[in-house]
Design a protein around this ligand. Structure first.
Ligand SMILES: [Zn+2]
Ligand SMILES: [Zn+2]
Length: 140
């Protein structure tokens, strides 16, 4: 499945079955998306390929360790590696083509804005579960 940013400068491809998706409602994701949460998934590095535009991606590092990678032309979030996990973080909204994966995990619900309703499905966490838990739930 192909993915692309808003302006089309950045393109990538994910091979094989796309894992399930998660929503993160943390305060950083709210700022970064401009909404109540981001929707993303994690795929194995072996299943991820850049098609073009890797040089158009820049990043912002916050002191706490949070980093945002984005297209410098259009500001759209871009995939990036999660160090030492062997996974790529994929912003779900960039994916083109039929996505049949479900949102199975909601995290940092304690931080959600008051105008965001509580989800009625999927696994729910007040803060952030362990990375192992996230990976397991996304694969299930
Ligand atoms: Zn772009
Ligand atoms: Zn977050």
């Amino acid at each position: 499945m192909k993915g692309a940013c808003l302006c089309g400068a950045v393109e990538f491809e994910v091979a094989g079955q796309l894992p399930n998706l998660y929503h993160c409602y943390c305060s950083l994701c709210q700022k970064q998306t401009g909404g109540s949460h981001n929707t993303a998934t994690l795929v194995d590095e072996a299943n991820f390929n850049w098609l073009k535009g890797q040089d158009a991606i820049t990043s912002y590092q916050k002191g706490t360790g949070f980093s945002a990678h984005y297209c410098q032309n259009c500001g759209c979030p871009a995939p990036n590696t999660l160090d030492a996990t062997g996974k790529y973080w994929i912003p779900a909204g960039l994916l083109e083509g039929p996505v049949t994966s479900q949102v199975v995990l909601h995290m940092h619900l304690d931080s959600r804005p008051p105008w965001q309703t509580i989800p009625t499905h999927g696994h729910q966490f007040a803060t952030m579960p362990s990375l192992a838990t996230i990976i397991k739930l996304l694969q299930a």
